[in-house]
Design a protein around this ligand. Sequence first.
Ligand SMILES: [Zn+2]
Length: 254
Amino acid sequence: MDSSTMSSVNEGGGGGGGDGVPKGLQSGGGVLWGLHEGVPRCLKNTMEGVVVRRVIPSDNSCLFNAVGFVMEHDKYKAPDLRQVIAATVASDPEKYSEAFLGKPNGEYCAWIMDPEKWGGAIELSILADFYGREIAAYDIQTTRCDLYGQESKYPERVLLIYDGLHYDALAMSPADGAPEEFDQTIFAVRKDRTIGPIEELAMNLVREANRKRSFTDTANFSLRCGVCQIGVIGEKEAVEHAQATGHVNFQEYR
Ligand SMILES: [Zn+2]
């Protein structure tokens, strides 16, 4: 995100200097962040600031750690949140049936506790209910936003961005370059079920990432098996190769 995006946001804010955003943050360079400890953690959904992407480590638990960050400003929640999901699924075997999960309830619970396994739609939906907040997941390739917890009409929403393989967090920062501790990650949902102008800012960031093609097209990407070095195209062929050979270590190449 560049400074032109930032200034246009400030102009849209109607003069700037609104609730809680220190004036020093709007002037750009030379700001001593440590002096602004009075910034409230949860600002109102104002126009001041920029939507930024907060990078979450790629360690097979990015979905969980991204959720931990936007919900609790904690990037190390994956073990806890995997536990939450397993407990939720185990507690309701009728809802979380084999048809729903794609594997038997008990097997799924053991599987999701494995730190190597990736979460997806089922896990986001359970975590939205656990926190009582909507989770918006923006997909860079399609620029589509999937909203989890929508039917429960929760009063707040958090934002994630997905590149086909990896989840990062989206946050509202008072200015480009501001430390993460100033991030607002929870946004009030309005009567019209939007989060106001922040929704457009988030979509602009997603569209920009799409223009730069910063996503992985998992249907068509090229992978090489780390065991036998054979090349495969797309997730489907990789799964077939894994099932045929037991090889599960693939590297993407371009
Ligand atoms: Zn192989």
